[in-house]
Design a protein around this ligand. Structure first.
Ligand SMILES: *[C@@H]1O[C@H](CO)[C@@H](O)[C@H](O)[C@H]1NC(C)=O
Ligand SMILES: *[C@@H]1O[C@H](CO)[C@@H](O)[C@H](O)[C@H]1NC(C)=O
Ligand SMILES: *[C@@H]1O[C@H](CO)[C@@H](O)[C@H](O)[C@H]1NC(C)=O
Ligand SMILES: *[C@@H]1O[C@H](CO)[C@@H](O)[C@H](O)[C@H]1NC(C)=O
Ligand SMILES: *[C@@H]1O[C@H](CO)[C@@H](O)[C@H](O)[C@H]1NC(C)=O
Length: 360
């Protein structure tokens, strides 16, 4: 029996066709197993999608910059070629740069760069405070967060006025407020004494330096000096700044201030006394008084007031020249110098006085 023609035509093909299929399957196997692309190169600040350890030819990957970074040059999309080698990637991801913030009026900015994700730090000069936060960060969007602060001037509200005081000198610099280092001066009401500094200053913390205090201060009635008198206001109590005046009876001299004041420590600024005048016991002598030669008995007929002085002439033992010695009236006592000898007086007065010694 002869086989039909169509069957004989098909016969060889039934022999070849499985071989072809096997061969093409083999080719496919070589391409996928031998020429895959490796894991793509790691670029700083970039991500790869999809990320795997190998890719078949024809598969695609996409590089993109991480948030906060922007791409510079190069391609982003690559297809795995039959060679199994990724093309050279010139993509670069660089950080976003925030606006320049290196200058803060009345303050200082500390920074390294203004790039994502850095922070910068602010401080204000003395007398200014940060209105805002002390640091800001450059965000993924390239903006500062929080906003850049400003250095605002420190102000002090009007100073409180202490009891029994009033503001003598106060001029606010801005509206009702004062700026750092502005001052205000207080004064106490009459007869109140100030304790502390009358001047206060607006501090860098926005408050005033320590306020002074005004206190009532009483002084005792001043006592009358012996042989003298005292005058003071006719009031039930004597207070700070009240005054008293002193005087002495005839022939007495006031030693100390004539007028005194009640001080803030509650005593008088001074307490004078009355000093007695001196009787001159020498019978006859010429002396120097206020650089003139005078006869002592005539000059001081009514006595010598306390504190007055004369110079007596004395004889120098070795030399014939004379020298002078001072004598002073001290509260009723007048001592004649020991060197003074009445009998020599006339001679010495006209002798070789060494004027340099006299005038000393
Ligand atoms: C402080 O900042 C706030 C908000 O930015 C603003 O409203 C205010 O006026 C600022 N104050 C000063 C004293 O600058
Ligand atoms: C100052 O203070 C007074 C009284 O408190 C007020 O009436 C006035 O408006 C203030 N002035 C300013 C500029 O703030
Ligand atoms: C009083 O305070 C002012 C301002 O604070 C200062 O300049 C001055 O030296 C102070 N005076 C005294 C006596 O402390
Ligand atoms: C000023 O304020 C600061 C801080 O609040 C405080 O420590 C200081 O004692 C105040 N100064 C005066 C004089 O009140
Ligand atoms: C007044 O009193 C104070 C303290 O008590 C004292 O230091 C001062 O010397 C006194 N002044 C007079 C003039 O007595």
């Amino acid at each position: 029996m002869k086989t039909p023609l169509w069957w004989s035509w098909w016969d060889p093909s039934t022999m070849i066709s499985p071989v072809l299929i096997l061969f093409s399957a083999f080719l496919c196997h070589v391409a996928s197993a031998g020429r895959t692309c490796p894991m793509p190169e790691n670029l700083p600040f970039a991500t790869v999608v999809p990320l795997r350890t190998s890719y078949d030819p024809g598969e695609q990957i996409v590089y993109s910059c991480k948030p906060g970074y922007v791409s510079r040059g190069g391609m982003r999309r690559f297809t795995c070629p039959l060679t199994g080698m990724w093309p050279i990637n010139t993509l670069r991801c660089v950080p976003r740069v925030c606006p320049f913030a290196g200058i803060l009026e009345n303050g200082v900015v500390r920074y390294t760069t203004f790039e994502y994700p850095n922070s910068i730090h602010f401080t204000c000069n003395t007398g200014f405070y940060l209105n805002g936060t002390s640091s800001a960060t450059c965000t993924e969007e390239g903006k500062w967060s929080p906003d850049i602060p400003v250095c605002a001037r420190v102000t002090c509200p009007p100073p409180p006025v202490p009891k029994f005081a009033l503001l003598k000198d106060y001029r606010p610099s801005t509206g009702n407020n004062s700026f750092y280092q502005d001052t205000a001066v207080f004064k106490c009401l009459p007869f109140f004494a100030m304790f502390g500094n009358d001047t206060v200053m607006c501090t860098h913390l926005g408050n005033w330096t320590r306020l002074p205090e005004c206190r009532e201060v009483k002084c005792p009635f001043p006592s009358r000096p012996d042989n003298g008198f005292v005058n003071y206001p006719a009031k039930p109590v004597l207070l700070y700044k009240d005054r008293a005046t002193f005087g002495c009876h005839d022939t007495y001299k006031l030693e100390g201030p004539e007028e005194v004041e009640c001080t803030k420590t509650g005593n008088w600024s001074g307490l004078p006394s009355c000093k007695a005048s001196c009787k001159i016991s020498v019978k006859k002598a010429t002396v120097l008084y206020q650089e003139k030669k005078v006869k002592i008995q005539e000059q001081f007929k009514n006595g010598m007031m306390h504190g007055e002085k004369v110079h007596f002439f004395c004889k120098n033992k070795e030399k014939t020249c004379s020298y002078t010695e001072e004598a002073r009236c001290v509260d009723g006592t007048f001592e004649i110098p020991k060197c003074f000898k009445a009998q020599f007086s006339a001679f010495l007065e006209n002798g070789c006085i060494r004027h340099d010694a006299v005038l000393k």
